[in-house]
Ligand binder design. Structure first.
Ligand code: ADP
Ligand code: ZN
Length: 528
């Protein structure tokens, strides 16, 4: 490789056309590719579907030697390699799914200089043998895919990624390119420092997906709401419906089928053959709906997914962004719809409390959930909030539910005080723990069996909340949770005060709230 940029630039375009069959580069691709061909390090933040792969594949083809791609997505390696081989690219992979003989074959190809690209699982590099193997061949570059896995505060942390800092020490002259689709400022900084990419050039693409219309609705009858969405706006369209549990995946898929919609389930508990078949059908057919856990979608490249629906709250904004990002890769109008309710918050807090790992880990999960809740309860443009989360400024989009039907806000201070005082009263009852249901019954002055059993009808707060409906009280609880003025604890979703609750009780803090539209407006056609 020579120092003059021009001939190589020409070569990159030629490879793009000749090997991949595309006419022109997209976004920053050309600049990134030229930079890496020239031997520079790069950190690339680009949303899913943005075209990250070419950023290391083309330099691997242009530079002498083998491009080594480190990827945690072992299950996809075979497909990726097959796809490249179909284009005439000499690609291979090394991971734990291979037997000795298969591995030896790939190693021989690598050493003989018969590969353009070698995909490696990160744990391979912990094996000294692999490192020695790499030493004996010629490496053109290292691509570190899904680089956010190195971020300890991220949602996808993999310890094996930390060891990748050794690439710099061991092969200081080989250019490295780290790529990710998750890019908060914190992750970006961690990638740069942990992978020792101090000299790298940074390429940060816009994370906006203007053709996706973001909508977050209050959950009442989720399956029914989903059916309305599919029948009303997406009849005959391909789409993905995400559910948290395998059981709800099965039930929801069956519900859709019973209602005349072509749908199949997808989750890790299904037989591998069924799973593969359902995925293949989704890719092949025009209007199939896949109901899935988040196990589905990684690396799935279907351009015309018209909607992504979440029936349960995602655990983080990164997850939400990545999952919704599978809609509309072709640039055509698409919908990202999420139904969320109080039960989601209770359930997820419970899962966090019961999760393995230390306190720091739980705090991290909690912080991710809080950010997701804040997005759900925001009164400003969803897109502005979403992009702000990734450190990008923008103006109201005119194409999300809060832009199209601005939520009314109201002063929720007094209801918040009533609710928090009730929580305080119940806290004094030793040993007994109560969730949102009991508290709302008390506020509404309902003499349920459980209210009578605990003499809650004798409390001074009994019936002081009759001015609001039950659904409104649920909204109050949700929004207090989202604003961290209330917290959930324990297995039964017990409501407890937080550090900030006192400010509300003492009248030192106002609590603006979002009023749910009576009937969630069916948002107008998404603009392209
Ligand atoms: P990412 O890894 O960023 O999610 P991919 O590299 O898988 O994205 O690319 C997404 C899709 O866009 C792929 O089908 C890819 O072939 C296609 N693509 C990438 N770059 C171009 C380009 N310059 N012209 C046309 N299609 C492209
Ligand atoms: Zn908006």
């Amino acid at each position: 490789v020579t120092a003059e940029g021009a001939p190589e630039a020409g070569e990159a375009v030629q490879v793009l056309r000749r090997v991949f069959g595309y006419d022109a580069f997209r976004g920053d691709q050309q600049e990134i590719i030229e930079h890496v061909i020239g031997g520079g390090d790069a950190v690339v933040l680009m949303p899913t579907g943005g075209g990250k792969s070419l950023c290391y594949q083309i330099p691997s083809l242009v530079r002498p030697g083998v491009g080594v791609v480190i990827s945690p997505l072992i299950a996809l390696m075979q497909d990726q390699v097959d796809a490249l081989r179909a284009l005439g690219v000499r690609a291979g992979f090394l991971n734990s799914t291979q037997d000795f003989e298969e591995r030896r074959l790939v190693e021989a190809e690598f050493l003989a200089g018969e590969l353009d690209l070698l995909y490696l699982a990160p744990e391979r590099l912990r094996v000294e043998q692999t490192v020695q193997l790499l030493d004996r061949g010629k490496i053109s570059l290292f691509a570190i895919d899904e680089a956010h896995c190195v971020a300890q505060w991220g949602h996808d942390f993999r310890p094996d990624y930390l060891a990748l800092s050794m690439l710099h020490d061991r092969w200081p002259d080989v250019p490295r390119i780290a790529l990710t689709a998750t890019a908060t400022q914190a992750t970006h900084t961690e990638i740069t420092s942990r992978l020792r990419l101090d000299e790298a050039r940074h390429f940060v693409a816009s994370f906006d997906r203007p053709n996706i219309q973001y909508r977050i609705a209050a959950k009442s009858e989720p399956k029914r709401q989903l059916l309305d969405l599919l029948r009303g706006e997406h009849s005959g369209d391909a789409g993905i419906v995400y559910c948290l549990s395998r059981a709800s995946v099965e039930k929801t898929a069956q519900f859709l089928v019973d209602n005349g919609i072509e749908a199949v389930p997808y989750h890790a508990g299904l037989d591998a053959r069924v799973r593969a078949e359902n995925q293949a059908r989704f890719l092949r057919e025009d209007g199939l709906v896949v109901v899935a856990t988040i196990a589905f979608g990684m690396g799935i490249d279907k351009p015309d997914v018209r909607f992504v629906a979440h029936l349960d709250l995602p655990k983080s904004v990164e997850g939400y962004y990545q999952e919704t990002g599978r809609a509309g890769r072709d640039g055509q109008p698409s919908t990202a719809w999420l139904a969320y309710g109080l039960q989601d918050v209770v359930q997820q807090r419970k899962m966090i409390e019961g999760s393995e790992g230390d306190d720091a880990h739980r705090r991290r999960l909690s912080a991710h959930l809080d950010a997701m809740l804040a997005l759900c309860e925001t009164v400003v443009c969803r897109r502005v909030r979403l992009l702000a989360y990734f450190g990008q400024e923008s103006t109201p989009c005119g194409n999300c539910d809060t832009c199209l039907t601005p939520p009314e806000t109201w002063d929720g201070t007094v209801p918040a005080q009533k609710l928090l005082s009730t929580v305080v009263r119940l806290k004094r009852e030793r040993g007994q723990k109560f969730g949102a249901g009991q508290i709302i019954d008390i506020l509404l002055g309902r003499k349920t069996a459980k209210v009578i059993q605990f003499d809650h009808d004798a409390l001074s707060v009994f019936g002081i909340g009759e001015d609001l409906r039950e659904a409104e009280w649920r909204g109050v609880v949700r929004q207090l949770l989202a604003q961290a003025l209330l917290a959930v604890e324990g297995d039964y979703g017990t409501l407890v005060l937080t550090e900030k609750s006192g400010e509300v009780l003492r009248g030192q803090r106002e609590v603006p709230m979002r009023r749910e539209p009576e009937k969630p407006a069916r948002a107008a056609k998404a603009k392209a």
